[in-house]
Ligand binder design. Structure first.
Ligand code: FAD
Length: 560
């Protein structure tokens, strides 16, 4: 026994394990005990879909640390199969159920940290408890899915839910040559992203044979005597399957906290302050179970991601050990990869901002699109990144960004994420000094270009219109296509006047001076040059942001 303070931690994975290790680094005298109700501590839950897909071949590889490592390296006791079932706040003890011996015992604490995570949402749909229907949260879950695939010689899978876990499972089951049907209630995958940005992810899955059913709801799941599962959809159709994966989101695990009378927030997570302290001064909470302050939207919400959980665990440990540190809050920086396509985002999407009523006021948002190469186009292998940047018209503050493409996507979003954390503006992105060599980037990196395009809008150098406006343009608008003849021939906006950029200066007399001219090219760059020239000659020209390519992405999202 040490004479130091007793720090008890509930939950031994992302938030709990990082809290325990940090607490030891801060306080050599503390007695630290980590309770984990499952069979593993500190495992890589983010790697589970890849274990199902056999990308990660050995279960052992998912174990980031073992109880022995915690003991030997950190002098931390890890108790597996040990569920904390009650917090006795008056006595400052917890009741622990040892599932091995089926006995309960009490442990006193000076500081208690809750990191119980979030459990998969199970909607009230008949049949979700049937054998063959799985959620993906733990190593045993993924082991069972693998077993089912192998034992049933599974050829078909239905995934319910098109968020990132659903997508990662779809990719991995397709890798294992299963025929995958993905059912998503909303009219798009990745429901918190903007629909046009998700199109390449949708296509990456359908190109590999996935059957994606958008706007569909599961009514029930049934099982025949020979183990075949049938998923019935509310629209009337049915899909037969050998395995069903439920991935419709997670809910914070707050039972312990709630029963102990700790304050919860409006979204159902544990309420904490910026030092991760709950409404009880001796109890901290971190990770998926807590509500977090969103620095962009100014609202409290849930952000079940590994990065915040790890950082919060560290902060709780620091505070418990006497350091004055604070959690800055979240903005929602995330990435998902599906085959060769990567979708990353930081800050809220346009859709979320509009739903929260923040788009027009108070934030006064504007957006721009661009499609640059991920590195210099003259160097072999440049891949297009589509970037959408959302910023405030008031002062240029960056609100959010999404990017999709094959290479270099998350790097750009990480840069913009840091800019948002520091309260940066589009003018900061214009000036950002970033690495450049042809195989890595461009002298004007996509991040610089995004800043320059947005700054052009704010400085009044150009006015932009967007795909939905182009599709519903008022009568009287003259649409001008400045691409080359072959590009025009391959497809163009109905009724567009075609004058290639190279001919524009001598053919300007063909354009009306009394009407607005909406100019477009393929990605918005040549049309920007055209719009600048036209404006200087007295025409009322606007540029279609992101050009014909953005228009096509938007149209596909509408048609899905
Ligand atoms: C399949 C999958 C893929 C993911 N991929 C990503 C990703 O790519 N990127 C990303 O940022 N995030 C990802 N996440 C989310 C990320 O794993 C979580 O945000 C993170 O693990 C949360 O950490 P936590 O400590 O709050 O909870 P967890 O890591 O879930 O740990 C909670 C632990 O507490 C234990 N526990 C609960 N109650 C008790 C109790 N009463 N007593 C004892 N033990 C208890 C649970 O058994 C659990 O092991 C993924 C999650 C899953 C499931």
């Amino acid at each position: 026994m040490s004479n130091g303070k007793r720090i008890l931690i509930v939950g031994g994975v992302a938030g709990g394990a990082s809290c325990a290790a940090r607490a030891r680094r801060m306080d050599e005298q503390a007695e630290i005990i980590l309770f984990e109700r499952g069979p593993f501590v500190s495992f890589a839950n983010c790697g589970l879909p890849y274990y199902v897909g056999d990308v990660i071949r050995r279960e052992q590889s998912l174990l980031v640390a073992t109880p022995e490592l915690f003991r030997d390296r950190f002098n931390i006791q890890v108790r597996l199969h040990s569920e904390v079932v009650a917090i006795n706040r008056q006595e400052k003890t917890v009741t622990v159920r040892d599932h091995g011996s089926a006995t309960d015992y009490e442990e006193p604490y000076d500081a208690l940290v809750l990191s119980p995570g979030a459990s998969p949402v199970k909607p009230p749909i008949e049949g979700l408890d049937l054998p063959g229907v799985f959620s993906v949260r733990t190593i045993p879950d993924s082991r069972e899915i693998r077993k089912r695939i192998e034992e049933a010689r599974a050829g078909r899978a239905v995934i319910i839910g098109g968020g990132y876990i659903g997508l990662e499972m779809a990719e991995n089951l397709l890798r294992r040559n299963l025929q995958v049907t993905l059912v998503e209630l909303q009219r798009q995958l990745m429901p918190l992203s903007d629909p046009e940005m998700v199109v390449p992810i949708h296509e990456a899955l359908t190109e590999r044979g996935a059957d994606i059913r958008l706007g569909e709801e599961v009514a029930r799941v049934s099982r025949s005597d020979d183990g075949l599962l049938t998923v019935q959809l509310k629209s009337g159709g049915t899909v037969d399957s050998d395995v069903v994966i439920l991935a419709v989101g997670v809910r914070p695990e707050v039972r312990l906290a709630e029963e102990a009378g700790l304050e919860l927030g409006p979204m159902g997570g544990i309420r904490v302050d910026d030092r991760m302290r709950t409404s009880d001064p001796h109890i901290w909470a971190v990770g998926d179970a807590v509500e977090v302050y969103n620095v962009v939207t100014g609202s409290w919400g849930l952000m079940p991601l590994a990065g915040p959980a790890n950082r919060q665990g560290r902060i709780a440990a620091d505070v418990i050990c006497g350091r004055d540190v604070r959690f800055r809050g979240v903005q929602g920086t995330a990435v998902v990869g599906v085959f060769d396509q990567v979708l990353a985002a930081t800050g809220p999407s346009e859709k979320v901002l509009k739903r929260l009523g923040l788009w027009d006021s108070p934030l006064q948002c504007e957006k721009i699109y661009l499609h640059p190469g991920h590195h210099a186009n003259y160097y072999p292998g440049a891949e297009v990144i589509t970037v959408k940047l959302i910023f405030s018209k008031k002062d240029g503050r960056i609100i959010g960004a999404q990017a999709v493409g094959k290479e270099g996507v998350e790097k750009r979003i990480d840069i913009i994420s840091m800019a948002i954390q520091k309260g940066g503006t589009v003018f900061d992105l214009e000036e950002a000094e970033l690495c450049y060599s042809p195989q890595f980037g461009s002298a004007k990196d996509p991040v610089n270009l995004a800043g320059m395009i947005a700054a052009n809008v704010l400085r009044g150098d150009v006015e932009v219109v967007h795909a939905p406006e182009m599709a519903a343009r008022p009568e009287g608008v003259c649409v001008l296509d400045v691409r080359e003849p072959l590009e025009f021939k391959r497809g163009h906006v109905d009724g567009a006047v075609h004058i290639p950029l190279g001919e524009l200066r001598r053919r300007m007399n063909e354009l009306p001076r009394d009407r607005e001219i909406w100019v477009y090219c393929y990605v918005g760059q040549r049309s920007y040059v055209a719009a600048r020239a036209l404006r200087q000659y007295g025409f009322r020209a606007k540029n279609l942001s992101g050009g014909y390519r953005s228009l096509l992405m938007w149209q596909k999202a509408v048609d899905l």
